[in-house]
Design a protein around this ligand. Structure first.
Ligand code: TRP
Length: 914
């Protein structure tokens, strides 16, 4: 009993102490400031309240001198019909939930809507007001009576949402965004209680990059609003386009606080840039002043890529701006036609509630009149004065509103329900909360998601408990759209690709030209029909946007330092290189046998050069050699016909025939030089030539040696016997045979060891392959022809010494002359041969062959033929033998001796005068 008393006493004491503490706390509490928030509240007889934040005004005007007077919340200006419609849509959605029997049947939802004036400060004020109530004095405690606030829909722009969500996140208080698309809001570490019905901008940025790539634009200008939405959006866009090698021509930021200089700087950047495509990530509110200036500066010919925040905005899609913005392509979030909304929107009138300042302001702005007896200032619609002065504040005179104005009669953004995209998102946001609440309400105890399988109680639950249901919400809208919120609070991304076109009525129409969907495995972009797109170009063809026109094939891109990669110079491919595609980074070397064509876009087979039979030069040389051979054959014929004449008898006929044969060989060997060089012709030609010459020269040597001996004999008067022994015809033939055999051996060794081969010479001319014979071994070649030279030198020396033989027919002189011709030809051949290229090289060699052969032919046989054919009277036994007997009776009728028998007078015309 005593202990019970003690307990009671202690309890009383504790209660007393607590009362004292609260009183003390109240004593120090103070209302720090009263926020001047406007909006709509409906909380009477409501079970639960949903908050909502909408930009019903465009901006707030800061006080000029806040320090000298008590600071008050900045006033809002510029009535935003669109934001007003969004707010109304929320109310409409709540009404619908309340009227539906399948969702929250026993619960009536109320709402508490605040106007954010599209400013962060107002948004934070509204957020704090939600958390503590306007009249509360103690932070962290919500004391207001009435239905509890359970979630907030809002707050419009991402920057505002970031501000409010940071505060709401502290309490894990649910916030459902309908327009805040900035990707950072998906970070659940920073924003644990935020979720949204608009797709994350990462998808939109990627979609824009895909679109730009789809149309092949590589030189893009970007403009971003100076907020999280603009900055993050453009940042991700840039990251994505960089992957595709697209370059950013300029990047501008629209100031949040109106500044004409800054806007003019953007206009200048647009004007100066060659980029025809401009991507704009901004809300219509921020973009409007820039558009005004663009129209003022008459900037046409640009194609604008719109983000979802302005793609269907009436603020931008105005007839005044259309000449500058036609052909705009943008991404719109999914639209939906909310049933009954139009009627609900029409049901607005200042008479309904005299204290509804927002409706009065709406009425005043919509009908351009002043509501009688109202303190609501007259505010014209948002209008940016180009001079930069303040826009539409309290004009001097206005007609009074009668209240009989008809909303149906005016064309107003508020009533335009043709493009309900954000409005539909507001609707979805309300239904998301409603469905989550419904799930919470229908939880069966013992089967709940919370500890010990418990459920939350609809009359008294914690914000985090609703958060649980919000994160797992799944429902379908009237439009059959499945709404499912993922772990990051995001929804599935789906965009309409919209093109701005002009209707026949002169109105702007937003034509859906494609879709962009984020699928499980990647994304898909579909443009229905390229022809259905209206382009802002004179030709109505897709515009081009490049820094430098693409490099044609035959050239390559030359990257310049310090400029974006899309600006480059086109460098023609070097000799021997091609590029067969446009935009080539490098040129490629043609294979060996190929050479670039004139435009340098293809490798073509090189022209093969050789001295062909069909060549004029080739034909001439062949004809000449045939002619030579014919002459030799006719000489043979003449000799044969006159074989029984004295001159022929006195001659060594076999040696003569051998010389003729060798000359035919050398002359005809030129056939192997003409024509396409083949392995066999290369091998055979020099060899045949060398053999021909060795045969010819050894025969001549046989003759000259006899002449020399004869000369010595006459000079030094040696014995008959001596001369007879020295040179027998047999010896001559032996000499020829040995010489030829030696040459054959050299030739065989040459062909066996290092034979000549066909060689494609590409060193001297790139365009042509000179098909020539490579001699294989120069050493062997030198030995081979060296032997001929050796024989020729011997011939010359012997003939030269014997030239003074005092005979009638001094053959030694003719041979000396012939050998001189031979030497001159071949000595002059060397420099000529070395200095020519290609087929002329071969021609020079053939020419030398022909010249030397003709020289020998002319010098050795023509004098004889002359006697035989033209002076037959001298070709008698008497003249020949007469002479022979005077000189050397016993000498055999050798070729040398017989010639001496021709009278001196006859030959004086033919002989070389010394
Ligand atoms: N998506 C924008 C943001 O995150 C907000 C936005 C969407 C918006 N549509 C709009 C703002 C229309 C103003 C008007 O900031």
């Amino acid at each position: 009993m005593a202990s019970l008393k003690l307990c009671l006493l202690l309890g009383l004491f504790a209660f007393f102490l607590r009362m004292l503490a609260i009183q003390g706390a109240e004593g120090t509490c103070r209302l720090l400031g009263k926020f001047d928030l406007h909006g709509y509240v409906e909380s009477e007889n409501r079970t639960l309240i949903i908050g909502g934040m909408f930009p019903i005004h465009f901006r707030s005007i800061p006080e000029k001198e806040p320090t000298s007077s008590e600071p008050v919340s900045p006033k809002c200006e510029g009535f935003n019909f669109r934001g007003f419609r969004w707010a109304k849509a929320m109310i409409h959605a709540i009404h619908e939930v309340n009227n539906r029997l399948d969702i929250l049947p026993n619960i009536t939802l109320g709402y508490h809507i605040y106007d954010t004036c599209f400013t962060t400060s107002r948004t934070v004020e509204a957020t704090l007001a939600y958390l503590t109530g306007q009249n509360e004095t103690m932070p962290n405690i919500r004391c207001s009576a009435g239905a509890p606030l359970i979630a907030v829909i809002g707050a419009g722009g991402s920057t505002l949402t970031i501000a409010s969500s940071r505060i709401l996140g502290l309490y894990y208080f649910p916030e459902v965004g309908y327009a805040s698309s900035c990707s950072v809001l998906s970070d659940k570490y920073q924003f644990p209680s935020f979720l949204r019905t608009i797709p994350n901008d990462d998808h939109q940025s990627l979609a824009m990059a895909e679109l730009v790539r789809h149309f092949g634009w590589v030189w893009i200008g970007t403009i971003a609003a100076d907020d999280d939405y603009g900055k993050y959006g453009i940042k991700y866009f840039k990251q994505n386009v960089e992957k595709y090698g697209i370059c950013i021509a300029f990047s501008e930021t629209i100031p949040k606080i109106y500044s004409r200089e800054k806007i003019l700087a953007i206009v200048d950047a647009i004007k100066e840039s060659t980029a025809n495509i401009i991507v704009v990530y901004s809300s219509d509110i921020d973009l409007s002043p820039l558009m005004e200036e663009i129209a003022h500066s008459n900037i046409t010919g640009k194609t604008w890529i719109a983000s979802e925040a302005w793609v269907t905005s009436a603020l931008i899609a105005k007839p005044e701006y259309f000449p500058f913005l036609r052909g705009t392509i943008g991404f719109g979030i999914r639209r939906g036609d909310i049933p009954g909304l139009k009627d609900f929107l029409l049901d607005v009138h200042p008479d309904n509630d005299a204290s509804d300042d927002l409706t009065i302001e709406f009425w005043q702005t919509a009908f351009n009149c002043t509501w009688p007896n109202s303190s609501v200032p007259y505010n014209t619609d948002f209008r940016t004065n180009v001079s930069g002065q303040e826009r539409g504040v309290n004009p001097v005179f206005h007609q009074l509103c009668t209240g009989k104005e008809k909303l149906e009669d005016i064309k107003n953004t508020y009533l335009d329900v043709s493009e309900l995209r954000i409005t539909y998102n507001v609707y979805k946001a309300v239904f998301t909360v409603a469905h989550a609440l419904n799930n919470l309400d229908t939880c069966v105890e013992g089967n709940g998601p919370f500890p010990k399988k418990s459920c939350a109680i609809i009359d008294d639950f914690e914000p985090w408990q609703l958060m649980y249901y919000l994160k797992n919400v799944k429902f379908t809208t009237f439009d059959n759209e499945l709404i499912k919120i993922d772990d990051n609070g995001d929804v599935y991304a789906s965009y309409d690709i919209i093109n701005w076109q002009l209707k026949e009525t002169g109105e702007i129409s937003f034509v859906k030209i494609g879709i962009y969907n984020d699928t499980k495995d990647g994304h898909e972009m579909k443009i229905y029909n390229n022809d259905s797109i209206f382009w802002n170009t004179p030709t109505l063809k897709p515009p081009r946007s490049v820094c430098t026109e693409s490099c044609q094939s035959g050239t390559r891109k030359g990257i310049q330092h310090g400029v974006p990669v899309c600006c480059f110079v086109c460098i023609p491919c070097a000799d021997g290189e091609i590029s067969n595609e446009t935009e080539a980074r490098e040129c490629f070397q043609c294979p060996d046998d190929y050479w670039p064509n004139t435009p340098k876009n293809e490798c073509v087979l090189k022209e093969v050069e050789f001295l062909a039979y069909t060549d004029a030069l080739g034909t001439t040389l062949v004809v000449l050699s045939l002619f030579g051979a014919c002459i030799v054959l006719s000489v043979t014929f003449v000799f044969r016909m006159h074989r029984n004449t004295a001159l022929m008898k006195a001659n060594d006929r076999e040696l003569s025939f051998l010389i003729q044969l060798s000359l035919v060989i050398t002359l005809l060997s030129s056939f192997f030089f003409v024509g396409k060089p083949e392995e066999w012709s290369c091998q055979i030609r020099q060899v045949i030539l060398a053999l021909g010459f060795s045969l010819c020269l050894s025969c001549i040597l046989g003759k000259t040696i006899v002449l020399l001996l004869k000369y010595r004999h006459t000079k030094f008067k040696p014995t008959e016997k001596h001369a007879h022994i020295v040179m027998q015809p047999l010896h001559q033939k032996l000499l020829v045979l040995i010489s030829v055999i030696i040459e054959v051996c050299i030739c065989t060794a040459y062909l066996a060891c290092i034979p000549p081969y066909v060689y494609k010479n590409m060193e001297f001319q790139n365009v042509k392959i000179i098909l020539e014979c490579n001699e294989g071994s120069i050493e062997f070649l030198c030995i081979m022809f060296g032997f001929d030279v050796f024989l020729a030198v011997l011939c010359f020396i012997t003939a030269f010494i014997a030239r003074k033989l005092p005979n009638n027919f001094n053959e030694a002189k003719f041979i000396t002359f012939g050998m001189l011709v031979f030497f001159i030809v071949w000595i002059s051949f060397v420099p000529a041969y070395l200095s020519t290229r290609g087929k002329f090289k071969v021609a020079v060699e053939i020419f030398a062959i022909l010249a030397s052969s003709f020289g020998l032919l002319g010098c050795i046989f023509v004098p004889k033929c002359y006697i035989i054919l033209l002076k037959p009277e001298r070709n008698t036994e008497e003249i020949i033998s007469g002479k022979a007997t005077t000189n050397d009776k016993s000498a055999p009728p050798s070729s040398a001796s017989c010639t001496t028998e021709i009278s001196n007078s006859t030959l004086s015309t033919l002989a070389l005068d010394e």
